[in-house]
Ligand binder design. Structure first.
Ligand code: GRG
Length: 298
């Protein structure tokens, strides 16, 4: 395998994710056109593709070709896109701007946005069940479906979102904030790593190290997101700054203070990277991915 400079490798994974997503989405020309247009609008042409990139980088560390991970990477990104559409709805965060453009319900309408989210969620599991690029081994497919379902459900993203909505205006402890983040954001980040691992079937020790890596990186990613909501540049993040504070959300920096939050991001990153020792040089792109997503400005 040829080693690329990280920026080049990252751009290659992002553009791979973009075209693999595009070809798995239903065409706008097909009935119901407006729903398909909303799905494509919400998924394509924006987004850092953090979760597919994490899957590809984990796969590379475990000697898997990116092509064997396209299905899993797209399934995770479809779930992520659905969560963003629903999160932006008036009944949830009521946001007008996402990725620097009008949110799905603003560009279309609320009913279409709800349906687009629903259909993307189903599409994710359809891809895992049917896609020719997902491992032909039925047990692996089932395992991928189990990992993604658990990460998306009440003990994962949906549960975390419920805790988040219930927390507005309430004082949470730091442990409660960490629990909320672990489900709301961490679960899907962890699934991105663990689904790639499920395809490669590494030793139990490697699996455990990757699990710890993903947990730490998921929390660091969300704390950085909280920090960007306070001190980010809206021209770079593509969304309004100060939204969490305006909604009285108990984020990590709101509870611990900004300096402690920054220090925790550093510590979690170090903790995550230390778990990758077992994979040696092959994990170098994964180390760089974790640095990119933890110290991002976008
Ligand atoms: C509606 C079931 C349901 C869940 C919503 C994940 C989530 C729960 C809401 C999204 C809003 C949000 C700010 C969540 C925190 C996770 C996060 C940092 C999302 C943004 O992910 P990025 O930075 O976004 O990967 P891009 O746009 O780059 O894809």
């Amino acid at each position: 395998m040829i080693e690329l400079p990280f920026a080049e490798q990252l751009a290659q994974w992002q553009s791979r994710a973009e075209s693999e997503l595009a070809r798995r989405l239903p065409p706008e020309s097909q009935l119901p056109q407006r729903l398909h247009a909303a799905m494509r609008y919400a998924v394509l042409g924006g987004g850092k593709r953090v979760r597919p990139v994490l899957s590809y980088a984990t796969g590379l560390a475990l000697n898997l070709e990116a092509s064997s991970l396209d299905g899993a990477a797209c399934a995770i990104e479809f779930i992520h896109a659905y969560s963003l559409i629903h999160d932006d709805l008036p009944a949830m965060d009521d946001d007008d701007l996402r990725r620097g453009k009008p949110t799905c319900h603003k560009a279309f309408d609320e009913a279409t946005a709800i349906l687009a989210g629903d259909a993307l969620q189903v599409l994710a599991f359809e891809v895992l069940a049917d896609d020719a690029m997902v491992s032909a081994d039925a047990n692996t497919r089932l395992q991928l479906i189990q990992i993604l379902a658990a990460a998306s459900g009440t003990q994962g993203m949906a549960g975390g979102q419920a805790l988040d909505l219930a927390a507005a205006g309430r004082a949470l402890t730091l442990d409660e904030v960490v629990q909320m983040h672990a489900w709301k954001t961490g679960a899907l980040i962890r699934a991105s790593v663990m689904m790639a691992a499920a395809c490669a079937k590494p030793t139990p020790a490697v699996l455990q190290a990757l699990d710890k890596f993903a947990d730490a990186i998921g929390l660091a990613f969300q704390i950085q997101d909280d920090l960007l909501d306070i001190e980010g540049d809206p021209r770079v993040t593509g969304k309004a700054v100060g939204a969490d504070q305006a909604r009285a959300k108990p984020t990590y920096p709101a509870v611990s203070g900004i300096d402690a939050a920054r220090a925790r991001v550093q510590a979690l990153h170090a903790q995550a990277v230390s778990q990758l020792q077992i994979l040696g040089e092959a994990a170098q792109p994964l180390r760089e991915v974790s640095e990119w997503l933890v110290f991002r400005r976008q």
